[in-house]
Design a protein. Structure first.
Length: 288
């Protein structure tokens, strides 16, 4: 891996042949770029038109090729720049089928998350602030995109950080979205923790194909990091479920022994409670 400081404001890191990553602020969210001979692929578009413009300017320091966009999942910091890229001529936006549906369902509600970052996007009143779900969908089988002399694979291995996480494989580099996190705890707010563990297990089994794993946020990592995150999450879910099964009056007593900080430990506990309640309602035959 090497740094390419084509501009001090846009420090691209080259991860492999024709594969790059750019870390954006304020969330250390990673934008991927893969260049073929005919077109280039941009992986995630940022928090709104302001950040998307920054991303596009950075991309154009590397390539003038026509662009295709892929969204790793439906959270605002990865998709809210879509409308800006569409206005700049991008016509193909790839994501899982569920990602497109989830963004259509929750996009307006997510605007509040960017109030201090991109006020125009927060209100929806400015240019290029429309919610713009993907129009090319991955459903079931993997999709291979031919960029011209280079193929990129889009595939879904199961629920985890969300119910719509997409992985992007390019050469020996795998962009994982927020299924893998570096420098911060995994985010559990609308996750599926038990499935996430299984999905991380499937990712770790791909170490014969990929050497570099790009998390949604933070520095690129190797397979050992992915396995460590898998083991920590397995332990955390086991401890939390045990506390729930024992019907402790105060299950938050499990928080200090979890491998995460207080905020995400509580988020994990809350999410597991919510999912358990959903399952109970299903068993009761309730439509609620």
């Amino acid at each position: 891996m090497s740094e390419l400081n084509v501009d001090e404001s846009y420090p691209w890191q080259q991860l492999g042949d024709h594969v790059w990553v750019l870390q954006t602020e304020p969330f250390a969210m990673n934008v991927g770029l893969v260049t073929g001979s005919e077109r280039a692929l941009v992986i995630d578009t940022g928090t709104g038109p302001e950040q998307a413009a920054h991303i596009l300017k950075a991309v154009r320091l590397i390539t003038e090729l026509p662009l295709t966009v892929v969204n790793t999942h439906s959270h605002y910091d990865h998709v809210f720049g879509n409308a800006f890229f569409a206005a700049e001529g991008v016509s193909e936006f790839w994501a899982t089928e569920r990602c497109a549906a989830a963004l259509a369902e929750s996009g307006e509600e997510q605007r509040r998350e960017v109030a201090e970052i991109d006020p125009a996007m927060a209100t929806g009143d400015g240019a290029h602030t429309a919610i713009h779900p993907a129009n090319r969908l991955v459903s079931g089988s993997p999709v291979d995109l031919d960029l011209g002399g280079l193929s990129v694979t889009l595939f879904h291995l199961g629920a985890g950080h969300t119910d719509n996480d997409l992985l992007v494989g390019a050469g020996n580099v795998l962009f994982t979205g927020d299924l893998v996190e570096e420098g911060a705890d995994p985010s559990f707010e609308d996750s599926f923790p038990a499935e996430w563990i299984r999905t991380l297990g499937k990712i770790s089994a791909l170490d014969d194909l990929y050497e570099v794993f790009v998390p949604g946020h933070g520095a690129p990592v190797g397979i050992d990091f992915v396995v460590t995150q898998l083991n920590q999450m397995r332990h955390a879910v086991r401890v939390t479920k045990t506390a729930m099964d024992e019907a402790s009056l105060d299950m938050t007593k499990a928080i200090p022994i979890l491998p995460y900080g207080p905020e995400q430990s509580r988020a994990l506990l809350t999410r597991l409670r919510t999912l358990a309640h959903w399952k109970w309602l299903e068993r009761q035959g309730s439509p609620s």
